[in-house]
Design a protein around this ligand. Sequence first.
Ligand SMILES: *Cc1c(COP(=O)(O)O)cnc(C)c1O
Length: 814
Amino acid sequence: MFNNKETFKQVFTEQLVSRLGKGLEEAAPEDVYKILGGMIREYVGRQWAAANRTYRDTAQKQVYYFSLEFLIGRLMGNNLLNLGVLDMVRSGLLELGWNLEEIEEQEPDAGLGNGGLGRLAACFLDSLASLSYAGHGCGIRYKYGLFEQKIIDGYQVELPDNWLQRGNVWEERRADKAVEVRFWGHVEIGMQEERTVFHTVDYERVLAVPYDVPVIGYGEGQVNTLRLWSAESATDLSRIRTANQHNSYYKFLEYNRSVESISEFLYPDDSAYEGKLLRLKQQYFLCSAGVQSILRTFDKLGLMYRELPEYVAIHINDTHPTLVIPELMRILVDDKGLGWDEAWDITSRTVSYTNHTLLSEALEKWPAGMVRELLPRVYRIIEEINKRFCSMLLDRYPGDQERISQLAIVESDQIRMANLAIVGSYHVNGVAALHTELLKTQVMKPQYELYPERFSNKTNGITHRRWLMHSNPGLSQLISEGIGTSWITDPVQLIQLQSLKTDSAFQQGIQRIKRSNKERLADYIAHKQGIQINPDSIFDVHVKRLHGYKRQLLNILRVIHAYNEIKDQPGADRVPRTVIFGAKAAPGYYLAKSIIKLINVVADVVNHDSEVNDKLQVLFLENYSVSLAEKIIPAADVSEQISTAGKEASGTGNMKFMMNGALTIGTLDGANVEMFELLGRDNMFLFGLELADVLEYYRTGAYVARERYAQDSRIARVLDQLISSGPFCCHELEFGQILQSLLDHNDEFFVLEDFSSYVATQADIDDVYLNARAWTEKSIINIAHSGHFSSDNTIHRYASDIWDIASVKVSMNR
Ligand SMILES: *Cc1c(COP(=O)(O)O)cnc(C)c1O
């Protein structure tokens, strides 16, 4: 049905009638979306089945990527792109009177993630399928994704993201593959043929039902599976934990509500740990359902369990799915009857772990009592793992009590998930060179000293298929005209653009495309926000989660400073800037929310001051999400990557901007360091404290934020404007907390310390921008080196260094 345009149009029109009972002229955009989505689903069905069959028949090693988050965004455009039918479908729909972009807008974002971590999982799935690796996602089908953000009177307001309301054309419910997950209850110990056996009784049963989404690889790639689990009540009422049968109906309703809550919503928390029972339930639900389903597939191969590590790799995306370790132990020991040592050998050769953070507030620690009650058998297994591990440590480090207690899994009635993940896995990786170094030398130093061979770096990446080919088709085409199309399947080939960096025709092409992307974004903003922005200004973009360490505050303070400069010298020449923000704050993160309010107050003043607004405009775009990122990033001139050195594990937003030709202003943090190594000082705007400086301040305690306030009159003026005099006044209560964090709490993220170098570096940007040729050359150099950050590279390294898998040839043509 996608072989040629005429067939496509014919099938499409027929399905509109047969499935919706509508003719072309009656169809709404949503109908077109539904029909087209259904056609794609149907079309890939055979390839999906063929991939699964090939994997089974050839007993391929399978990778299962466990993640509590998959921030996949929309699938329609990328699926059409990866199937190689995008242009044909666009043109066919146009002939039927429909604009594909408008149809794509009908799709709700699958926002099953907070930010970078969830987006990484989505990029990895795309790369796995496109590179023909047998790798699948394993996650939760949250009924509500990350909240939808509205800005009302300058404040963030959170609305539920009811993304499934109108159905999901991509998913397939597989009731036949449901498994049972058990909570609560008591462990009973018995003997069976000289062996101690454990039974849990009085447990609560929850049905885990998988919804499978095909992950469609590009070109010769194949169709893998993203399996999202949904919690449903077990229908066999007799087994529900109710002592009193009289009111069993009400008990059932209560039970039903509590079960459904397990996959009801995604916790809207980024870089912070929440010790909530429901969150623990979600984690175990995913781990138990996922592991059971993996073993059921493995069982069909008829092999011994000790061969499991040769056929299955389980990867955990941060510590959220660490319970796969005790859960796999539980099944092998209790259900399959293996001895502890053998089960442990199998488990710890099957699981690998990615650490995502250096922030101590993000390290998961569960109260032992909570785990003991909710998961009594799993708790005993964790205790046993800890006991055996600690006795090994006693042998190895006799008398070094401090080291042993740092390494222990259970300590002070807390279960430390990172420690469990390292002990129970064969590989641990950080997500950027600097981050991995910090893991080895600081955060996980004792673990690294114990298991140096387990640690490696795997710098994050992004899929160029979504972040260049789909979101910036103009640039993609220009690149192909310049260097041919080899970069499409081998993005490192983008480096060939180096030979065109000073070519004036190519430079003009780059400028033309950036200009048209900026106009497109300006139109979107005019439509959404009623503000006309100037496409000749520098589009200076800061989009990511709102967090202290990401320093949106530093950015808005320099905006206020720029406003002051313009007001002081209204006649002075200045390169016009449009500063664009987009960020969601966790609902309970009050400081972050008042920074959003501040940005909006500043935007309001700046944009309405006619003395200023031809030189400076400020926008906060609401509901930053994957689909919004795809609109904003291709239009950016400047990428703000200004986290406090040592805080951002990697960043992936930085890579997306680079790939779209924006120049980065940034600190030497996360993957910025590696960008800098590729680009050099001439092609990136570096500023601020480096990691060594930050560590030195931590060591000496010599940083005094109030001194910066006292010594730098620009800082004093800007901060005073937040609470008293001037155009941002009347918000005393509002911004007092921000001031407090800077002055009373000594500016945890060194905002005031870096203010001066940040402002100076922003001025350098203006100077370079005035020279269009020089700017464009730097932009081309950025695009040329961005292939290094393709998630295809990253996935090749995971495949060879961690998972030990090779590409699979699926026997069937498209
Ligand atoms: C890429 C991406 C992120 C991560 O951005 P960072 O700048 O690396 O923090 C967050 N949210 C969305 C929607 C993204 O696309």
